[in-house]
Design a binder for this molecule. Structure first.
Ligand code: TRP
Ligand code: SF4
Length: 405
């Protein structure tokens, strides 16, 4: 279905600027980014225009939030040598693609995106009956398609946006990928690959089209990816020709579902700033220690001599994230027999969290002290992102007859 083969995928993900991040972000998203950057070509960006869709009435906090968030990304090990890190609004091509895609996007598709009604209900006090808010999944589609990303790491709540992106890409390719003489041009392009590759391509294409052989399709795509001597347009044609459609100008991305983080908040609910139950990555060690010491435990365990039940205790959730099997057994047995007290039970958690945060906080301090370094990292990431975005826009403008001279 015109999607990019996973092993060659480029990865793109974005985050709204929310200021300083907490352990929920770290365990839920950032650790995953740090791993992915070693395996794939990664683009990670700050979705500042997305922030405007809900914060339009008071955007003054956005710039600080952006900087604080990027410092936390760098502090946990998102690395400018491995990933491109940039700010969405500094690559204005996203806006151009959003505009051009808006021409072909049916209103009903946007109204049916589940987050549209959900968020409006959640943020009732805000007027979100705006053009920008309705269009925000399309802006996200532009964010993804402009880099021809193959994989988009997202949480469950964002999968519908990636699905929507696939539909938009499919519609775009359907409308603009049909050129007169497509088959002849594709056949010409095959020849340009050289005898050996051409033969392989034809064999794979036949195996896929006649027997639906998926591995042949993957192999053909890998073959196309490795071709040095054909143009981008020819390559897009040959991707499309594999499946008999038209030219694939914007490939369809796949969601890369991030497993829900087990990281609970201090009260056992999901860790979130709006619940006031967070441990921020840059909280002082004394604050971290105090937050953990005062966090609630099994409410049925009133006295030290009462036995408790870890299943009713948020501290146990922390043990699941941080503790070895040995410690976990110690908690289970000690709690249920009133053999250990809650203060004792929390100590290994306090140690583990402080140990986890220590190197992060050291790196954060160093970036805080060098704002110019952070700015130059962003500038460099932005430049690389723009290069790629501009080259996609050349193709898109051409496909939509918006290339003059
Ligand atoms: N909408 C995402 C969120 O609210 C952020 C985002 C914007 C994004 N553009 C993106 C995520 C592109 C992945 C890919 O969390
Ligand atoms: Fe919770 Fe540990 Fe106290 Fe049991 S001993 S109630 S698991 S803090």
């Amino acid at each position: 279905m015109n999607s990019v083969p996973a092993q060659h995928a480029r990865i793109l993900s974005g985050m709204r600027p929310t200021g300083r991040l907490h352990l929920g972000h770290y365990h839920g998203v950032l650790k995953n980014w740090v791993e992915l950057q070693h395996e794939y070509e990664c683009f990670f960006f700050v979705a500042d225009w997305h922030a405007l869709t809900t914060l339009y009435d008071d955007p003054s906090s956005i710039p600080d939030s952006v900087m604080e968030m990027v410092i936390d990304w760098l502090a946990v090990g998102v690395n400018q040598g491995e990933a491109k890190i940039f700010i969405q609004s500094q690559v204005p091509e996203h806006a151009e693609l959003h505009l051009l895609l808006s021409m072909i996007t049916p209103l009903g598709w946007l109204e049916r995106v589940p987050t549209y009604k959900d968020q409006q209900e959640k943020l009732k006090e805000k007027d979100l009956a705006t053009y920008g808010f309705l269009g925000y999944p399309l802006l996200q589609a532009a964010d993804i398609l402009i880099y021809k990303a193959g994989l988009v790491p997202v949480g469950e709540d964002q999968v519908s946006h990636v699905e929507f992106t696939r539909e938009v890409a499919r519609r775009f390719n359907h409308i603009y990928g049909r050129e007169t003489g497509f088959e002849e041009m594709a056949e010409q392009a095959i020849k340009k690959m050289g005898k050996k590759s051409a033969k392989l391509y034809n064999r794979y294409r036949k195996a896929y089209q006649e027997q639906g052989d998926q591995s042949a399709l993957d192999a053909a795509r890998a073959l196309l990816d490795s071709q040095q001597n054909i143009t981008v347009n020819d390559r897009d044609r040959l991707f499309g020709y594999l499946e008999g459609s038209g030219r694939v100008i914007l490939p369809e991305p796949q969601p890369l579902l991030t497993k829900a983080s087990k990281m609970p908040g201090l009260d056992g609910q999901k860790m979130s700033k709006s619940y006031g139950n967070t441990i921020a990555l840059r909280d002082d060690p004394e604050v971290v220690e105090k937050s953990l010491r005062t966090m609630p435990t099994d409410t049925n365990r009133v006295r030290r001599t009462d036995p408790g039940d870890p299943d009713r205790c948020p501290v146990w959730q922390f043990h699941l994230v941080y503790s070895s099997d040995g410690v976990k057994t110690w908690v289970q047995e000690g709690c249920r027999s009133a053999g250990i007290g809650c203060v004792e039970c929390k100590q290994p958690i306090i140690d583990a969290v402080l140990q986890e945060l220590k190197p992060i906080q050291e790196r954060a301090k160093s970036f805080e002290a060098q704002p110019d370094l952070v700015r130059s990292i962003l500038a460099e990431g932005c430049e690389a992102a723009r290069d790629m975005a501009q080259s996609t826009m050349v193709e898109v403008r051409h496909a939509m007859s918006m290339n003059y001279r």
